[in-house]
Design a protein around this ligand. Sequence first.
Ligand code: SER
Length: 319
Amino acid sequence: MINETVLIIGANGQLGSVLSEELQKIHGKDNVIASDIYSNSTFDGVFEIIDATDLNAIENIVNKYAVSQIYHLAAILSAKGEANPLKTWDLNMSMMLNVFEVSRTNNVKKVFFPSSIAVFGDKAPLENTPQSAFLNPATVYGMSKVAGENWAQYYFNKYELDVRSIRYPGIIGYQSMPGGGTTDYAVEIYHSAVKQEKYSCFLNPETKLPMIFMDDAIRSTIELMQAPKNSIKTRTSYNLGSMSFSPSEIASEIQKLYPNFKVEYNVDFRQEIADKWPKSINDDQAREDWNWKPKYDLKSMTVLMLEKLEEKYNTSTLK
Ligand code: SER
């Protein structure tokens, strides 16, 4: 077992809740400190409430447990962020800078900072979007991620803080729900299917976006964090590819197993956000530098999502 003490900020979130458990398996239950702004009575392990906009609150916990790695996952996402742009900027930036600054001044060895496909805008090629494409995000969330990527690189260059980052596609898992993103439909749709409900989709049927299954997203994060330091050549954030599909394609895949499943389309403001994002991602750099390779595609993910959600809702007899 690797002798590290790991702090997760945003451990109640879609990714954080699953990642916390995986990190417990790697580092041991007592060496993983899960934290969030809200308490979590169901978490099986060490949990602390941290308001990450408060630098001292982070610093206290880092010192209390002699934290050596931080996974900073707390942020307001793309769709929710548009309701209050200034607050989103303020929160996302202050939390991120607090984490970097506490890490620098308290001997934290490694930091994970998630970025997103939201960093791209209409100046980047939509298909096979390259690592080095021009970044002109249209959302405040995307702007905060571009700034975060540059700060990550700055802390690495100036202070040798080992910050590592991935530009996640939309993440799809059965374990947790996303909150406030543009790709959320791709999780919600499975829940509706298993509950035998019609799904009302907020993106139009042909909107293709890059997505990734939770298991692959978790594995990519752990593999990046475990890679030798000198193999990490990109210090802003890595493009990460896995699968790409549209609402009509995921609906058809679900209908192979649930023939009666129906989707209606009620497009809202999130369509405009999605239209400026890549449809597919070129991740050659991640493949080259730390051997990234996705395992799941739409078909294998769909089988597993439906199976696991059937267990969760106890509906295995419904099909
Ligand atoms: N899934 C996120 C969102 O939709 C993208 O990072 O906001």
